[in-house]
Design a protein around this ligand. Structure first.
Ligand code: T3D
Length: 259
């Protein structure tokens, strides 16, 4: 029987699919555990240089499985500290790019898991819903951190307080996601992007992620220092030499992705 998460290894990258389509891929503890294992394996595998996260069926993820709460030992607070918060930290700390293909509705924690990914593509039919207030909860899984940074304070407050749905096209216009894509084209576009990223200088991309993550809390001075430190690391890596050589030889670079 298929599990709650499907993992497909492709050339240089992995596709991870949330797989509870009859419940719009809502999170149970079993799904959390399987997703954590899939991300840890992708992080540890040197041959995997990029990750695609998507959902099976018509939805991406409807957040916490509200039907399962009573059956699962953990209370709300424990679910966050034991599962959702580690998931968001895993995604942000992944030392390779993670692209999210939001194939349909992304609600509650499902919306914020998508926003935690490095590049978000969404099918035009997809919607992002901060559904929390509708059940008297607070946006979690980083929602109160990502939203104001991505769409600004005014929109973040209205979205969190009303739980109003945002279409994929609106999300693109607001800068909440990278791009809205025709429904039928989503997977193909996302796979092309991930396959491209898998040929790029992975270790340098991991440093770029670190720099961008740090910028939210740094002063300009601190960020300039961090850039200098990370650039020193990047310029000591073999892919930098290859990038420059390829440029001067007017040919495509052949990056190894290694540090
Ligand atoms: O402990 C904690 O709660 C802490 C952690 C919190 C993190 C969170 O994510 S809290 C927020 C939880 N999520 C929600 O509140 C969203 C609930 N779902 C909805 O509002 C709607 O289902 C959607 C707007 C997402 C989609 O609506 P629609 O009309 O397209 O689909 P539907 O008919 O409502 O759902 C289809 C099926 O999925 C349905 O099952 P059924 O009746 O066909 O057997 C529905 O019950 C199921 N489903 C959808 N969302 C959930 C769910 N089942 C369990 N949990 C869900 N979250």
């Amino acid at each position: 029987m298929e599990g709650p998460v499907l993992v497909e290894a492709r050339e240089g990258w992995r596709k991870i699919t949330l797989n509870r389509p009859d419940k719009l891929n809502a999170f149970t503890i079993e799904l959390h555990r399987a997703l954590a294992a899939a991300l840890d394996e992708a992080a540890a595998d040197e041959g995997c240089r990029a990750v695609l996260l998507t959902g099976a069926g018509r939805g991406f993820c409807a957040g916490q499985d509200l039907g399962a709460i009573g059956n699962e030992a953990a209370g709300v607070r424990d679910l966050l500290t034991e599962h959702y918060n580690p998931l968001i930290r895993r995604i942000r700390a992944l030392p390779k790019p993670i692209v999210c293909a939001v194939n349909g509705i992304a609600a509650g924690a499902g919306a914020n898991v998508a926003l935690a990914c490095d590049i978000v593509l969404a099918a035009r039919r997809a919607k992002f819903i901060q559904a929390f207030a509708k059940i008297a909860l607070v946006p979690d899984s980083g929602g109160t951190w990502f939203l104001p940074r991505l769409v600004g304070e005014a929109r973040a407050r209205a979205l969190a307080l009303t739980g109003e749905a945002v279409s994929a096209e609106q999300a693109e216009r607001w800068g909440m996601i990278w791009r809205a894509v025709d429904d039928d084209a989503l997977l193909n576009e996302a796979e092309k992007l991930v396959a491209h990223l898998a040929t790029q200088p992975t270790a340098a991309l991991a440093l770029i992620k670190r720099a961008l993550d740090a910028s939210a809390d740094n002063t300009l001075d601190a960020q300039l220092d961090l850039e200098a430190e990370l650039q020193k690391q990047a310029s000591g890596m073999p892919d930098y030499a290859e990038g420059v050589t390829a440029f001067t030889e007017k040919r495509p670079a052949r990056f190894t992705g290694r540090a």
